[in-house]
Ligand binder design. Sequence first.
Ligand code: ADP
Ligand code: ADP
Ligand code: MG
Length: 447
Amino acid sequence: MLKKVLVANRGEIAVRIIRACKELGIKTVAVYSEADEKSLHKILADEAICIGPAESKKSYLNFKSILEAACLTGCDSIHPGFGFLSENPSFAKICNEMGIKFIGPSAEMISLMGDKAVAKRTMKDVGVPVVPGSEGIINTFEDAIKIAEEITYPVILKASAGGGGKGIRIVRTKDELMKAYELVKQEAKKAFNNDDIYIEKFIENPRHIEVQILADDFGNVVCLGERDCTIQRKNQKVLEETPSGVVSDKLRKEMIDISINAMKHVNYNSVGTIEFLLDKNKKFYFMEMNTRIQVEHPVTEMITNVDILKEQLKIAAHEKLSIKQEDVLFRGHSLEVRINAEDPKNNFRPSPGKITDLHIPGGNGIRVDTSIYSGYTIPPNYDAMIAKLIVYGKDRNESIQKMKSALSEFVVEGINNNIEFLIEILNNENFINNNYDTSFISKEFGY
Ligand code: ADP
Ligand code: ADP
Ligand code: MG
């Protein structure tokens, strides 16, 4: 087993990783920026090292300080969490060259599956249906026009290194394409330091359905079913659930079989998520793969009783998967909402600051993954997500009732948050009746 893990992240995911390590008897080292002096992950880890100033580039993205911290404390591995360095092949490569296990797939695998344009080509080659579009990245504006005309408008321009809903633009005409081409390139350069872009057909009114993969070093691949992440604002997930109300047993089996087969073909060996779009005719298309743990992994844990984080640690320690596909059972229903420090009434402007009072709900089937506490000050430098509230119910209806009840109890004072907005979503008739697609929030609420 691993002996000592450096957690190269912050917030709730850093806390989640530390807890999983503790349960497995693994020591942990937290790294934190000057803005995170008072953070929970720093407090909960066995050791903690400051790696630089607030700015991510100088701390959570700083290879040198993180690797120095790992060497100094004698860590045998690094868990990158999500965001930050989690899908950075250069970082994974350096870790492994230094004899520190990067907890995730190999650097080559991250390059192959973590880069969106490359991944699409790879998946197409192994027989997975992909969203029609360019073969890899596009190099000139002329190529963009040519492909757009072939696949017909509307199309979507996407940053190949993109994530978190950024670097995506829908284009309905040639004129719009002209403007969007340079804009997306600039955005991508700024956000991801990589201006590679690709183009694909804009699928109208889809559902976002993804599947959870576990794969070990011995060629064993298990799929833990789907998550429906259709409720999004500006291409960023807001609420996630499993099972999906639009996936039949037959469709689920088809998605699982195709995904397992693809992962076996590329020799994938870590946890990962394959994201699909499901169109109105229930045809699914591969969109991207996340070669890391995802924000919404808890809903799958709730209905399968598999601890995905512990499995990820065991896979990194070169252990065999402890479950087989036949052992995977789906029981009940689970919902997750992302609680953000933001102001829905002010265009969702981030709302950092001091939490003056906090009440976290509990009870049967309620799980809260968070790093906030009463008196904690949310720094302005990072993502706005401050907590995830996850519920387990015997069916979708019970989950919705439980979620509403838990949210109505949740109190976070001193800052603005989206709790009221989440309750509005749960009260919406179309949401309740499963009658929605990725445009739900913009259609129903105008956001
Ligand atoms: P998930 O796929 O797990 O739902 P999100 O897309 O919500 O993840 O991203 C989780 C976190 O990681 C967010 O803070 C997001 O901004 C960040 N993130 C995701 N992908 C990238 C990326 N390629 N570069 C930088 N940050 C990213
Ligand atoms: P990210 O890396 O930011 O998660 P994705 O490629 O997964 O980016 O896309 C994020 C979201 O944008 C999707 O969940 C979906 O709602 C929307 N989207 C992306 N590609 C398309 C497409 N071709 N057609 C329609 N919607 C899309
Ligand atoms: Mg995505």
